[in-house]
Design a protein around this ligand. Structure first.
Ligand code: PMP
Length: 305
């Protein structure tokens, strides 16, 4: 028997915090029909010692959300700071003492037929739910290369978290799961490695950390940015942002996915081949420790502040 997920108690909807049951849209809503919205995914971690939630990099997340909104020709009357204040109010109202996931969503709200981006109104909504792991095997996932390609900047901008674009991610994720993998790696139209189904990728080769650049049709991940800082500033490692070939994954000493949902997930096998020794390696192990201390508010972002 599957257990039903916990529903939020409240949502920010049409400019105010309302009981969750009142946050409803019409089946004719433009974004529901055409995917013309954008969303975010933020985590707030509960810290048992100071008995509070720590929201991880909310300003960066809301800045990216407003960037996606701009690409979709939306102009919302909110700053990242405004949205952070709304989120704090929402989490206070929700009043849960556990790790939370935050879903803000900007959407074209008119109930009408007609594919376009212009001459439409927009709205923003936000809700929060308790959330644990996104990939169960965070200490060693088996991933496979997808037969699908990652959307291209000239198809649907991959650097925006655009609702319609996530049908691509859904095809990728489900193919991987039905084939017995925990997640997928995806090539872009150039044939280079882009990322996971909903996470960025790093590999370690000859002691150097390598990640596909932002021009490889990746989502410009906030966790990726954090990981680059941690590797450079806390672990004194060289980090290269450069194109990655598929077979580099087969030869890497270590590999991992990172993202708000995925957190830092070691990849132990790719396409039935062990990565390194086939168990979580020292770089990913150290990174995971640093990352979880950081997001729970147990240390500053970097040695250099
Ligand atoms: N790529 C994709 C396609 C994603 O959906 C996500 C999750 N937002 C990421 C990468 C990781 O981004 P972030 O670290 O900002 O959550």
């Amino acid at each position: 028997m599957t257990t039903l997920p916990t529903l939020p108690k409240y949502a920010f909807f049409e400019g105010e915090i309302v009981p969750f049951s009142e946050a409803k849209v019409s089946v004719m809503t433009h974004t529901f029909n055409y995917g013309t919205g954008a969303f975010g995914g933020v985590r707030a971690y509960w810290n048992d010692d100071d008995r509070q939630l720590h929201i991880f990099r909310p300003l960066d997340h809301f800045k990216r959300l407003l960037g996606s909104a701009k690409m979709l020709l939306m102009s919302l009357p909110y700053t990242p700071e405004d949205l952070t204040r709304i989120l704090v109010d929402l989490l206070r109202a929700e009043n849960r003492h556990e790790d939370m996931y935050v879903r803000p969503l900007v959407y074209k709200s008119d109930p009408l037929i007609g594919v376009r981006l212009h001459d439409l109104s927009e709205q923003i909504t936000m809700f929060t739910i308790p959330f644990g792991r996104y990939i169960e095997q965070e200490e060693g996932a088996h991933v496979g290369f997808s037969s699908w390609r990652r959307i291209d900047d000239n198809t649907i901008p991959a650097r925006g978290k655009i609702v319609g674009a996530y049908a691509n991610s859904a095809f990728i994720k489900t193919e991987a799961m039905l084939n017995g993998f925990d997640d997928a790696l995806v090539l872009n139209e150039d044939g280079h490695v882009s990322e996971g189904s909903a996470a960025n990728l790093f590999i370690v080769r000859d002691g150097v950390a390598i990640t596909p650049p932002i021009t490889s049709n990746i989502l410009e991940g906030i966790t990726r940015k954090t990981i680059i800082q941690l590797l450079r500033d806390e672990m004194d490692m060289e980090v290269q942002e450069r194109e990655v070939d598929k077979t580099e994954l087969y030869l890497a000493e270590e590999a991992f996915l990172c993202g708000t949902g995925v957190q830092v997930c070691a990849i132990s096998r790719v396409d039935h081949r062990p990565v390194g020794t086939g168990v979580i390696g020292p770089v990913v192990k150290t990174l995971r420790d640093l990352y979880f201390k950081l997001v729970r508010g147990c240390c500053r972002a970097t040695r250099r502040g």
